[in-house]
Design a protein around this ligand. Structure first.
Ligand SMILES: C[S@@+](CC[C@H](N)C(=O)[O-])C[C@H]1O[C@@H](n2cnc3c(N)ncnc32)[C@H](O)[C@@H]1O
Length: 213
């Protein structure tokens, strides 16, 4: 299994092959439940909801169980296969699609809420701009983006790219209002031991961003 090194990350997004490889083992983020930060904001979520980079679907399924119409997209077939299987097992309806989040701008779909748990930080500078332009096309005016990404306060350079608070404000400077950026921790799969992150889980930012009306 190959973990990405974040030093090349400004110029190169993490490849699909890296994620395919990680899904062959205990993927570090795949903890079988939503991350607590997304549970905490559940009352603020209004459907329809897009879970961008949904992985095996825990956040999408959580919001579907609360009665929302949810679409989950991921570019790894195996992740979407597992997400669909979980939806069937739990009797929940979520539209899980194999899609590239960098192609959002080409979609006709519109969402009131977008969940991004661990996607933004996989992108290079150029793809980050492209992704945010795509988000601007799919998020309704006044809609909310809830985003959790690796923080520059997490030591080391293994794993995903570190993102600073300022970079979040810069990425959403035009047409968005950054409501808050708070420190957070991410729960990691206990069997994932290839990289040692901070005790208590890697340091993250949890951002709430509103699309301007
Ligand atoms: C860190 S994982 C998080 C998965 C999920 N959100 C979770 O919290 O369990 C990032 C996910 O983004 C997906 N991904 C990365 N780049 C993508 C892209 N360009 N389009 C769609 N999915 C992508 C990966 O396959 C992976 O499932």
């Amino acid at each position: 299994m190959t973990m990405p090194q974040s030093d090349l990350a400004a110029s190169r997004s993490i490849d699909r092959a890296v994620f395919e490889d990680l899904y062959a083992g205990p993927a570090p983020w795949d903890v079988g439940k939503p991350q607590p930060q997304f549970v905490a904001i559940a009352n603020r979520v209004i459907g329809p909801v897009l879970d961008a980079g949904c992985g095996t679907g825990e956040h999408a399924l959580f919001f579907a169980a609360r009665g929302h119409r949810v679409v989950g997209i991921d570019f790894v077939d195996e992740a979407i296969r597992r997400a669909r299987a979980k939806a069937a097992e739990r009797g929940l309806s979520v539209e899980f699609l194999v899609e590239d989040a960098l192609a959002l701008a080409a979609w006709g779909a519109r969402f009131t809420t977008v969940i991004d748990c661990g996607l933004f930080h996989v992108f290079s500078d150029a793809d980050r701009r492209h992704y945010v332009r795509g988000l601007a096309r799919v998020v309704e005016p006044g809609g909310l983006l809830f985003l959790m990404c690796f923080s520059d306060e997490e030591p080391g350079n293994e794993g995903p790219r570190r993102v600073s608070r300022q970079e979040l404000f810069d990425a959403f400077a035009d047409g968005w209002e950054v409501e808050s950026v708070e420190p957070a921790r991410c729960e990691i799969h206990p069997e994932f031991t290839e990289v040692t992150f901070s005790e208590g889980g890697p340091k993250m930012w949890f951002a709430v961003v509103r699309r301007k009306a």
